[in-house]
Design a protein around this ligand. Structure first.
Ligand code: G1P
Length: 288
């Protein structure tokens, strides 16, 4: 049961990033010089994906433009000596097939995932929310291995300060995690207030889902807002003890708000040897 398909939902309207998102899809906004969606595709590929389903909307043609193979762009990047980046760009559409599923109306994350059903088929798949960036593919690799071993869905989890839980899905789990962070999820609630939150363990936008999750999503009634929440389907799975989790301390950036995005840009730039010295000196001079 090799897990070969990754789903990336990218149909959101980017309201929090207006006016930038009037012309540029949120997923293409650069994290320093590389669009978030490229970083997320690299992570998916690092965890074994050979097929990527991007769920997008007809109003965002630039995403299709970005993933279209362009030997000319790859050559220009290679000519500047950035071979590793050129390799990453080159494999999209060559070693890794990219297909699109359309979400014509904004009806929530659960609905976006459902839109990928035909493209995914009856196989487990990874799901990566491009608002969330990870330090690398290690967590998703571990989750994929766990799903292959246990034949259950697996969610990525992280402990955060209680003041942050209201922006996320929050889980409860059985017992304490194993030494490598593995738990069984017993409950999930979407965006609770801190004083009502059952824990400080949040869903960080990385999932490995069994195909049965599509059936659970199909059976959900929309919330009052008309949205279908992935969290509700996860809760149904958790009730049957069919959802596992990995509690991780991986570096993570939530770029869902302009400030979060700016922090990610600075952190990613500081990891670049060619940029960090000048950037650090400037940051220090700002803070003097
Ligand atoms: C979504 C999910 C939420 C999860 C979060 C991670 O929320 O609904 O459970 O914790 O992504 O970023 P959104 O950020 O789309 O509001």
């Amino acid at each position: 049961m090799a897990i070969r398909t990754a789903v990336i939902p990218a149909a959101g309207m980017g309201t929090r990033f207006l006016p930038a998102t009037k012309a540029v899809p949120k997923e293409l906004m650069p994290i320093f010089d590389t669009p978030a969606i490229q970083l997320v595709m690299d992570e998916a590929i690092g965890a074994g994906a050979t097929r990527i389903v991007i769920v997008t909307s007809p109003n965002k043609p630039a995403i299709e433009q970005y993933v279209k193979p362009s030997p000319e762009v790859v050559k220009r990047v290679r000519d500047t000596g950035r071979n590793e980046l050129a390799d990453r760009l080159e494999r999209i559409g060559k070693d890794v097939e990219v297909v699109f599923a359309m979400q014509n109306e904004p009806r929530g994350l659960g609905h976006a995932v459902s839109c990928a059903r035909d493209q995914v088929g009856k196989e487990p798949f990874t799901l990566l929310l491009p608002d969330e960036l990870m330090g690398g593919p290690a967590l998703l690799q571990q989750m994929v291995e766990m799903c292959e071993r246990e034949k259950k869905s697996v969610v990525g989890l992280k402990q955060v300060p209680m003041s942050e839980v209201s922006s996320y899905g929050v889980v409860t789990t059985t017992a304490t995690p194993t030494s490598n962070g593995e738990v069984t999820v017993t409950g999930v609630v979407e965006k609770p207030q801190p004083d009502e939150s059952p824990s400080d363990l949040i869903l960080i936008g990385r999932y490995v889902l069994m195909p049965e999750m599509f059936d659970l999503l199909a059976g959900l009634a929309p919330a009052a807002s008309g949205e279908i929440q992935l969290t509700d389907a996860l809760l149904l799975g958790a009730n049957e003890r069919n959802v596992l989790g990995v509690v991780s301390d991986i570096a993570r950036f939530d770029t869902g708000t302009p400030l979060g995005w700016l922090k990610a840009v600075i952190e990613f730039a500081r990891q670049r040897e060619d940029v960090a010295p000048a950037l650090d000196a400037w940051l220090l001079s700002l803070l003097k």
